[in-house]
Design a binder for this molecule. Structure first.
Ligand SMILES: NC(=O)c1ccc[n+]([C@@H]2O[C@H](COP(=O)([O-])OP(=O)(O)OC[C@H]3O[C@@H](n4cnc5c(N)ncnc54)[C@H](OP(=O)(O)O)[C@@H]3O)[C@@H](O)[C@H]2O)c1
Length: 212
């Protein structure tokens, strides 16, 4: 089966773990940080052999799917033009203890992924891959098996959500459609789903149990 190329913007803990898992399933990965690709050469050689270091703009334009794995306080630096019309996975979280107080999210009543979608107006944003610790990704991945750990996804575009459900399955997890992007708050930090290990049925109950 042919798979879309994957752009990953953010080459830290979660970006590199996702890159390795995706390459294991046959995805070609274009990986970017905030700097020139040369700054990623060693990371790519050691942590993500096979991934191509590129600029963030190139990761956006070369990826058929693009994962945002950078600190949310940097989201306004994203390459808006190159991300236009793309399916974009928002794996970012707002964690004041890590990110510091970030007024753009703190003072906005929308969920963080709605804020990102409001910035990337021409992209199809799907919130996913945010509620798992990076170390668990490779430990718990079970490609081709049913009834495994499930990840939620939320978004407004059904085709984009189907594409991300396939990606999640290739990464070795089940997925659960949590509804439109406005429902993404149900698996933000502080909810039962965030960091919880659930199969799809347990995850559904955790999403339902979330309170604002
Ligand atoms: N850690 C986890 O277990 C986990 C799991 C799920 C989701 N997340 C979320 O994923 C995001 C990243 O977390 P992390 O733990 O992987 O962070 P991290 O280890 O600190 O890595 C952050 C990466 O983002 C890059 N970056 C920063 N600003 C950028 C920009 N303007 N353009 C492109 N790349 C940029 C950094 O590159 P430079 O070196 O160039 O700054 C670095 O490669 C956060 O929002 C976090 O909440 C984390």
């Amino acid at each position: 089966m042919s798979r879309p190329d994957l752009g990953i913007i953010g080459a830290g803990r979660v970006g590199t773990a996702l890159a390795r898992l995706a390459m294991r399933s046959g995805y070609r990965v274009f990986l970017a940080n905030s700097r020139a690709p040369e700054s990623l050469k060693l990371v790519a050689e050691v942590l993500t052999p096979g991934a191509t270091p590129v600029t963030a703009g190139e990761a956006a334009s070369r990826g058929g799917l693009v994962i945002l794995a950078l600190p949310i306080r940097r989201f306004r630096a994203l390459p808006v033009e190159e991300l236009a019309a793309k399916v974009v996975v928002d794996a970012m979280n707002y964690l004041p203890e890590e990110d510091g107080i970030f007024a753009d999210v703190e003072e906005d009543s929308r969920s963080s992924s709605e804020i990102v979608q409001g910035f990337l107006t021409r992209s199809r944003v799907v919130k996913a891959l945010n509620h798992v610790g990076y170390g668990e990704l490779e430990e718990e991945s079970l490609p081709g098996i049913e009834g495994r750990r499930a990840f939620a996804l939320a978004g407004d575009d059904p085709a984009a959500k189907r594409a991300i459900a396939e990606l999640i399955s290739d990464l070795g997890f089940d997925s659960l459609d949590a509804g439109p992007l406005s429902e993404g708050w149900r698996f933000e930090p502080g909810t039962p789903a965030f960091g919880g290990r659930y199969t799809a049925s347990g995850l559904r109950r955790a999403l339902d149990a979330a309170t604002r």
